[in-house]
Design a protein around this ligand. Sequence first.
Ligand code: PGA
Length: 257
Amino acid sequence: MRKGLIAANWKMNGQEESNEALLSEILEALHGLSAHENAQTEILICPPALYLQQVGKKLEGSQLKLGAQNVHPAESGAFTGEISAQMLRDVKCSHVIIGHSERREVFGEDDQFIAEKFSAAQASDLIPVLCVGETQALREAGETSEAVLGQLKAVLNHAGVDAFKNSVIAYEPVWAIGTGLTASPEQAQEVHALIRATISELDTGVGEQIKIIYGGSVKSTNAAELFAQQDIDGALVGGASLVAEEFVSIWSAYCSN
Ligand code: PGA
């Protein structure tokens, strides 16, 4: 059975004091859960880069993992404002989010650049959390599969299916991010199954074991029905990850699934 992953994407939110308070609440709530519940999922916190060290320190000795929201593909050099994979390793990150729709849309990252980031992350032993998802216009035009598979295949062709052994895919329909709209469990399952089938065609083992998590307005009230779907292995949570009670409820919805 695949172990689940509940990941918090804080985006550009938080400051030292509020980070400290939020993490204290989350850690305290997690202590109250049973060892059985704890064993079923991994939890990942992805704060803004500036706070990785603060959050990493706070998470020391806990089961929670630390992730970044972005990485540059180059090892070093003249890339003002950017952060390399080795730098993320230095501050003890285990994961990094790659290709989030906000990076694609707001910062103009294309499939090729995202594929290079994916490989750079892996070369430094970071687990990439590769985000894919269609816009509302593409969904309405009936082009969801083409859009999602196009983004996936750009990385598959660049890195090879073996590279997906140690990676996570996040299906995040762009129209559901931060909008309060969520894909129905069936809509999400359909795309998750398609992603898994596409990888399985290349390597059954990798397809079976890869975690495919869902993102887009996940909250405590809709988490359980999403997690009941066969190919949904957890969630990438934005807004609701900034509220300890919500985030812990989402996690416990996965555990009791
Ligand atoms: P949301 O964000 O939960 O606020 O919709 C999810 C994401 O963008 O990762």
